[in-house]
Design a protein. Sequence first.
Length: 298
Amino acid sequence: MIAGFLLGRTSVFPEGSGAAHALSTYVWYVAIPALLIKLIANNTLPNSQELIWVLSYYACLYFIYFVAYRLLAPLVGIQSVGRSVFAFSICFGNLGFIGIPIIQTLYGDDGVRSLLLIMSFHMLSLILISSLLAELSQSTEKKITSLLFETTSQLVKNPVIITVVLSLLWSATGVGLADWVVKLVSLPGDSAAPVGLFAVGMSLSRVKIKGVRLVAFSAMSLKLMVLPLLVYWVFSELMQFSQREVIIATLIACMPTGIAVYGFAQLYKTNVQSTAATILLGTVMSAVTLSVALSLLN
């Protein structure tokens, strides 16, 4: 990621942001879908224990979303549509580009499968809810049904969501994948981690921040500290999951804010600068918070 950040500021890659977009598009449309096929379509459907684990994570996530949207946003001077952008930036973690390489290093394909189960609903639910709240806060004329239709029509075009649905359907057949298919999808799938990290660094190389420190640090505090602590407490004390399940869930919660939130802020033309600052500073600080979390969990 540091290599991507440094090279993105040089003439090695023409128009750093354009090169970053190309790499990110490859990871999002090719590498991650290939990894999903390998780890979901070629395995059994999620069992009841896995589903409870996923639901427990989202219970923590949306509790923090509610706190950010209803309580913290007004305290830092954010109103109207900006509240949904602010809450989105706190809850949307960079699970694909940063989460996959970390979890894969620690727990291999089994750990990545657990991550992908959470990731499957991550963008789907957060974009849907954030879009609805943003639209409702700036217009009372649109009906909820029309908003749902517009948002859903965009989500069904998402390559990750399409791949998850198709992979689960194939997994339900119990047929599995031929060895040559597994080898084929492994080629781009194995590149998701390194290319994703490089693309994140390059994307952040042109980000400029100033005058938004209060909002950015407030978002970072909830994302990198409060959410992981809540997940750890719920999973270890309340739900009493296994040590492996607790560690994976906590590390997922530790992931910094994902790049997609910046596009969401640009779409609604609000909190763009503070969102960029949250992504940049959060990604840098996550090197510290993830290291501390790994040390303590170990």
